[in-house]
Each structure stands twice: as C-alpha cells, then as structure tokens.
Design a protein. Structure first.
Length: 367
C-alpha cells in the first residue's frame, strides 16, 4: 500500500485489514484484525455468523464503490470465496474490477485441482515464492513472482514504519541464550508456550547456564505468557515484545512455531526446531487435506528436512529438548543447517518486492 502511494498515482483505498493498513488507507478502511485473526477449524465454525456478515458486507461495499481493482491478500478461506462471487457478478456488467491475488493461497499443499478454477476467477496472481509462479502459470493462471516482502523488513537496520522489530544488527550470539517463538495468536500461544516452558526445564537439567528469551507479538500476549510462568521459573524467561529479529540474532538456537517466523529464523541463520500444535479437530482435518511432505516453509523450499518438525502429539518436551541439545552441542550440525538456510534465503528474492507488486497492480489496472 505504501509502494502504491509512492507511485505518484491518485489512489483511494477501501477494504478490511489491520491497523497498519488502516493507517495508510485512512477513515474508509476497516480494522477487523482482532475478530478475523482466528486460527483453526473449530474457531472458524464458532465465528461463522460473523464471517458470513462480513462476506456480504464486503461484496456490497465493492459493488457500491466500483473499484478499479480488488486486491485479495492471503486469507484463502474468505478471499477465494470472494473472488468466485466477484467473478460471477462481473459477468453481468461491463464495469469489471480487476481481481488480483497477492500472496498465493497454498493450494499447492492441499488442493492443486483448485488452481484451474482460480484461473477463471482471477486476472492476476502475485506470489512470493518462485516455485509458485511456475505451478500457477502452467495451470493457466497468469502469475508474477514479486519476491518476499519480508526481505524489506529484515534487511533494514532500523524498523520500517509500522514494524516494531528491527532488521539485521551487528551482534554476537550468546552461547547460553535460547530463543522461544510460540506464535502470534492467543490460541496458539496457549497451546504451545506451556510445552516450551517444560522443554526449557528439561534443557536446564543438563545445561543449567541456559537462559530463554520469548518473543511476544503484543503486550497482551506477553501478559498472558507471564501468567503461565510459575514463580520459580520467571527469572529464567525474558518475555520481549516486538523483538523477534533481535532475539533470532542473539540466540544460539531456538524453537519456532510454524508460520512466517520460521522463514525469519532461517534468514537470520538461527538453528531451530519447529513446533506446531492446534485443536485436534483442526489437526485431523488438516491431515485429510494437506498433501505435502513438510509443514515448515524452510523444509518446503528445500524439499527436504532441514529443520526437525515436532507436530501435534509429537511436540513432547523431552524430544524437543533432545533436538535442541543436539544443535547446542554439535557445531557441524549447526553449520549444516545454517548452510541450508542461506540457500533458502536466496529463494525469497531481492529487495523491492512491494514496489514490484505495486507496479504489477498498476499495470493491470491500466491494461
């Protein structure tokens, strides 16, 4: 959105998103992130009425405002349905908005057959991984690889506007510091952080000098994590808000919840183990749908297990502690993992992803 603003074109934004998007767009934009940021099948079912209302309100808003383009960002459960509805309604009018999808839904992981349908709904796909562009273009969906926007944030020495965490810093790793990254949503933190606490206790039995820093995405999550700590443990854990990048560059190793933070850890060359735990209905539904060998994006991009994955019932403190101990005690294992991380980082593209995405959107509008 900032890159579009900087393109020198008179633009107006409407839509739904988070506070950073609203800060760029202004009063016509709705901040719905607190209610829409749910994770898991059961959570979506519980909030179905809310999402149904939001869906119809969004459709009416688009029909009333007649935008030049509708840019759908990630969030496939909502946005793919919206693309289909917009495509169907556009057939009856000459005033068709361009429908552009930015940050591809990972249908390659759970339903590749849907790509041909998406090609009928969408005018353009903008993806952040190079293998996605090849896959979508082969299926008839015009796709441009723009690179990963994360690189812009992570290469800056100072925080970008709207980001609380700085990029690369010049600092030595602390051989006694382990980073813990339990996720950015309350529900996943409640599932994962207790396991990380127990893992830390296991590690300290053989390595009593270890300390732990925990990345919290908000003050509210930090408060919740403080409350999960027993009084004897509190001096061992430093809970830091908005310092994910710094912790990843100071810690000698870490445990990271599945998500975009795994790519950040790879970019910052921090050896880690991956953890993932959700409600059982969500996990079982995922097992039926997902058709990829690996959950973590570093492993997906490498097409092999670079990082050990501890998923659902396998996320046991003793096993996690053993995996971390191997990374702490075996310099060669650490270096092998870091070498693979460097190869993965190259696949994320160069600086300028947002500018390339903005250029592609403006080009599509004018075509």
């Amino acid at each position: 959105m900032r890159a579009l603003r900087n393109a020198g074109v008179d633009l107006r934004f409407i839509g739904r998103g988070g506070p950073q998007m609203k800060a760029v767009a202004g009063a016509d934009f709705q901040n719905w992130i607190d209610k829409s940021g749910v994770l898991g099948l059961w959570e979506v079912i519980k909030h179905y009425g809310y999402f149904r209302r939001q869906f119809h309100e969004t459709l009416h808003e688009i029909e009333a405002s007649k935008p030049n383009a509708v840019v759908l960002i990630d969030y496939p459960g909502f946005n793919l349905r919206l693309a289909r509805a917009l495509s169907a309604s556009a057939k009856a009018t000459a005033d068709k908005a361009k429908i552009i999808y930015y940050i591809s839904p990972q249908v390659w992981a759970w339903n590749r057959g849907r790509i041909k349908k998406m090609a009928r709904w969408l005018d353009l796909m903008l993806c952040i991984f190079p293998f996605e562009a090849d896959l979508y273009n082969q299926s008839g969906l015009r796709t441009i690889f723009v690179g990963h926007p994360m690189i812009e944030q992570l290469r800056d020495r100072q925080p970008s506007p709207g980001y609380s965490s700085a990029g690369k810093i010049d600092i030595q790793r602390d051989s006694n510091l382990v980073g813990l990254f339990p996720g950015s949503r309350g529900r996943e933190v409640r599932k994962i952080f207790p396991i990380l606490i127990q893992t830390a206790r296991e590690l300290r039995q053989s390595k009593p000098k270890l300390r732990f820093e925990v990345a919290a995405a908000s003050d509210e999550l930090a408060t919740g994590m403080e409350e999960m700590l027993a009084p004897p443990d509190r001096h061992l854990f430093g809970i830091k808000v908005g310092q994910t990048a710094e912790i990843m560059q100071r810690a000698v190793a870490g445990i990271v919840a599945s998500g975009s933070a795994t790519l950040e850890a790879a970019y910052f060359r921090m050896p880690f183990a991956l953890i993932y735990k959700v409600a059982w209905p969500t996990y079982l539904a995922g097992r039926l749908l997902v058709k990829v060998k690996y959950l973590g994006m570093p492993n997906v991009l490498a097409d092999k297990q670079v990082v050990r994955e501890f998923i659902q019932h396998r996320a046991r403190p003793k096993d996690l502690a053993k995996a971390l101990a191997q990374l702490l005690d075996n310099p060669m294992a650490r270096e092998r993992m870091i070498s693979e991380f460097d190869k993965i980082a190259v696949q994320l593209g160069e600086l300028g992803a947002s500018a390339r995405a903005a250029k592609a959107i403006l080009s599509e509008i004018s075509s």
